[in-house]
Design a protein. Sequence first.
Length: 274
Amino acid sequence: MADVEARITELWEQRDALSSGDTDAFATVREAIDLLDCGEVRVAEVDGDGAVVVHQWLKQAILLLFKLSAMETVELGPFEYADKIPLKHGFADAGVRVVPGASARWGAFLDRGAVMMPSYVNIGARVGANTMVDTWATVGSCAQIGADVHLSGGVGIGGVLEPPQAAPVIVGDGAMIGSRSMIVEGARVGEGAFLGAGVILAGSIPVIDAETGEELSRGVVPAWCVAVQASRRREFPGGEFGLPCVLVIKRLAPGQRHDKAQLNDVLRQHGVTG
């Protein structure tokens, strides 16, 4: 692994001189992307102190892949694609269910038991075991989605490739993300958290405790809680306006399994939907 990382770092330093057709450089990059594709490595992870560690050389490998690859036309049945990156394959052997209309790029990893309804997973992303990527949900490049997660219909998980040190979106194990929610700009959703429908969570969005009014973070929803979209009143020269925030309305016991009926009751009490 260290050898591949060293060779990618060397190629990155010489990237301005590289072009498609450089077979030696492409072979090295392919090694790195294959490691991502089979899940042996990951672009980012959370360390023991809760900090996000980004493995920049893997992002560099993805960026080099785009530089070294030429556009190709790919035909699959009645469908035609024009792209630089091939689609992922081998789902049956990997124990992954992929419904027609779904696609994932080579270099994305889907762990055993994952399900893709008509949806999309981009290169560098990681989807954990038994996670559901529901209809029209998208998982952007390098996003890290945990095990036993439900990304509901239309959820948008943002991607990031540049700069290489930028942290991707991370969703913890057991989280549930409500329909049409958008998680972007390196935002994080903690383990076991439940987000109502239509939540917009970015790195700059305040996350507020409904009980105390305390701002808990910017762009990080704590583990084991229920959070919904909300707004805060702010005065401007032109008047008073509501700025978006995410409101934590309930704390869950660590390890508490999601009971959708109970959680939906909680949301209805506050006039929101799951």
